[in-house]
Design a protein around this ligand. Structure first.
Ligand code: PMP
Length: 427
């Protein structure tokens, strides 16, 4: 164990659960690769969903950030802020939300907090519908709508939350149903729930659950939910913190897989769009965004330096069609991993979309989740030079693959080969 780990333990909270038995210190990166403090090189199949949407140390972003750092970083909301206006214009237009307004925050948690502030104020209700197995962040209100209890470190919440079926397709009482029957059962369950409660403010959902193990409902579920919500004036908040910016390949936003539902009332985003600079945000129709009872600002949400990074990163992402790349390279990677999974009894399912791929592990010959195997595969992949993530419901048995969106075919093949070896070594 490194001296740094001892110092970390002595001064940081225990609940900062680090990956790996011998935790990794990453010191630099380039493209889809990172290096540790000992100089070992890794292919990064997880950083894409954390910090780095396009590529590590992308020269365009580095240049924009350093130029802005040399110019000015000041209050983002008390004075006019050109890069913030420019990025807001682009996101408003991309969001699909009519008459959209954008508010920038510093994290996904704060973006969801703000969405809850808007929805509860707009609807004058502190009741929220959230999905089972969801993850929405770490603040007092965000944990109150996080269905995944492993990530709700306290049960106290200012919100009243009702949990809806539908986020997890692969397990649970409805798992054996066809897609159409599954959707019908979930809609019936939602109607039933709404029949016995005061009117909720909103339903918040991740189009594909991230921390929950890259589980997605059948396409169209949220469109049918939307019909039920709209009958009652309940808002729909799409948490696009993991699914936005083309990661799912087929669509720019995750909500678009639910086609006829149209854009959500409120959309939240964060993580890799700043390529490491802290950008989170909320998009909503003007009528909803402007409903707050008093002024509200953010000192650091939307600072010139984060906005400069976001603008450079978004421009690169669009100009290089990284959504198309996610579809093509993600498709190949998924195919390759499905072929590997078909040969290994410990792999229950390979699922996801674009460059958001989950590999669910079970004890061979059973349907029992295998978090020990997931932890062991993570270690073995690291030894082989590949970083991946893990997640999944109440146990952590799903390997999560979400590289920067500029992943090449050769890198996808290299990573798949390392992961295949790690899976074989562990089984
Ligand atoms: N929503 C989703 C779907 C997330 O995955 C996360 C982070 N894992 C968050 C919100 C919270 O984002 P942050 O960690 O930036 O607060």
């Amino acid at each position: 164990m490194s001296d740094l780990y001892d110092r970390h333990k002595a001064v940081l909270p225990e609940w900062l659960a680090l990956y790996y038995k011998d935790p990794l210190e990453i010191t630099h990166g380039e493209g889809r690769h990172v290096w540790d403090a000992h100089g070992k090189k890794y292919l990064d199949f997880f950083g894409g969903i954390l910090t780095t949407m396009t590529a590590h140390a992308l020269p365009e972003v580095t240049k924009a950030v350093s130029e802005q750092a040399g110019r000015i970083i000041h209050s983002s909301t008390l004075y006019l802020n050109r890069p913030m206006v420019e990025l807001a214009e682009r996101i408003a237009q991309l969001s699909g939300i009519p008459d959209a307004r954008v508010f920038f925050t510093t994290s996904g948690t704060e973006a969801n907090d703000t969405a809850l502030l808007l929805a509860t104020t707009y609807r004058r209700s502190n009741q929220i519908l959230a999905m089972r197995n969801s993850y929405h962040g770490r603040s007092f209100s965000a944990i109150g709508i996080t269905g995944n209890r492993g990530w709700s470190p306290t049960s106290l919440s200012p919100l009243q939350t009702l949990y809806v079926h539908g986020g997890v397709r692969t397990r649970g009482p409805f798992a054996h149903l066809s897609d159409a029957d599954f959707i019908a059962a979930c809609v019936e369950d939602l109607r039933d729930l709404l029949g016995h409660t005061r009117p909720p403010a909103a339903l918040i959902a991740e189009p594909i659950q991230g921390v929950g193990g890259f589980t997605s409902p059948p396409d169209g579920l949220y469109a049918d939910f939307r019909d039920v919500l709209q009958e009652r004036g309940i808002l729909w908040i799409a948490d696009e913190v993991q699914t936005g910016w083309g990661r799912t390949g087929d669509n720019f936003w995750g909500w678009q897989a639910h086609g006829r539902s149209g854009p959500p009332d409120i959309l939240t985003f964060a993580k890799g769009i700043g390529n490491g600079m802290s950008i989170g945000g909320v998009v909503a129709r003007a009528e909803i965004m402007n409903c707050l009872d008093a002024n509200s600002i953010s000192t650091f949400g939307g600072t010139q330096i984060t906005m400069a990074a976001g603008l450079a990163n978004l421009t690169y992402l669009l100009e290089h069609d990284l959504q198309g790349n996610a579809r093509r390279v993600g498709g190949l990677l998924m195919e390759r991993l499905r072929a590997v999974g078909a040969q290994l009894p410990g792999v229950r399912e390979v699922r996801g979309r674009g460059l958001m791929i989950g590999v669910e592990l079970v004890r061979p010959g059973t349907d029992e989740a295998d978090p020990d195997a997931a932890a062991a595969v993570l270690e073995a992949a690291r030894d082989g030079g590949l970083l991946i993530g893990k997640g999944g419901g109440h146990n952590t048995s799903v390997l999560r693959i979400a590289p920067p969106l500029s992943l090449t075919v050769a890198e996808a093949e290299e990573g798949a080969a390392i992961l295949e070896q790690a899976l074989r070594d562990v089984q």
